[in-house]
Ligand binder design. Structure first.
Ligand code: GTP
Ligand code: ZN
Length: 208
């Protein structure tokens, strides 16, 4: 059932997640994998403080990776007539909580999403839900940004879309180069927002 709800924005890109062919492991298998990682870290899964940890970690994974079970097109499925409104709709500072696909470390930041409506607008909470559905997967920031923009364009067919994501990556802060306070900024501009003067206008409105 889960597989049927998974969705790939670009049909030339293979679906990710359980839909990619392999059966989903059982909860017991996932918990056993966590016990292996605890042993790999150098600790003992049998000691009292760690007994419930595998079950907790698997439950946490259900939250962090809940995006695979969501269909972003369904999230944007209910829309309204724009009721004569003719200018940009913009939602700023949508929290981004994602996981980097290289190290499975946290990515934290914000997304700013703007669109210039065609005939249809969506409830603003749906823009935040759209960001969350793609964030709660294994990601690189570039793909996260592109997926949000491309889905908005595909479903709503607005005259323009602009998405900016600004985030910090724990894989840079807590390991490797070990640098705190480094922000990565990615953006995708589509339609009218690809051209001047709309481009400068929307980037100023997004405050980036
Ligand atoms: N472009 C991009 N790179 C990312 C993102 N998240 C993490 N990375 C980078 O992915 C790269 C993976 O590089 P590798 O050399 O394969 O892995 P590594 O040896 O752990 O690299 P270091 O982090 O430099 O120690 C690193 O440079 C990360 O900083 C992302 O969202 N986008
Ligand atoms: Zn990383």
């Amino acid at each position: 059932m889960l597989d049927a709800r998974l969705h790939s924005v670009d049909s030339t890109v293979p679906a990710r997640g359980p839909a990619a062919g392999e059966p989903r492991p059982s909860r017991q298998e996932a918990e056993a994998a966590v016990r292996t990682l605890i042993r790999w870290a150098g600790d003992h899964p049998g000691r009292e403080g760690l007994l419930d940890t595998p079950a907790r970690v698997v439950r946490a994974y259900e939250e962090w990776f809940g995006g695979y079970a969501l269909d972003p097109e369904v999230i944007l499925g209910r829309h309204f007539d724009r009721a004569g409104y003719d200018d940009v709709v913009l939602l700023r500072d949508i929290p981004v909580r994602s996981v980097c696909e290289h190290h499975m470390a946290a990515i934290r930041g914000v997304a700013h999403v703007a669109y210039l409506p065609g005939e249809r607008v969506v409830g603003i909470s749906k823009l935040a839900r759209l960001v969350d559905a793609y964030a709660r997967r294994l990601q690189i920031q570039e793909r996260l940004t592109a997926e949000i923009a491309d889905t908005l364009q595909h479903v709503l067919q607005p005259r323009g879309v602009a998405v900016v994501v600004q985030a910090s990556h724990d894989c840079i802060a807590s390991r490797g180069v070990g640098m705190h306070g480094v922000a990565m900024v990615t953006r995708r501009l589509l339609g009218r927002f690809e051209q001047e003067p709309y481009r400068t206008d929307v980037l100023a409105a997004l405050a980036v």
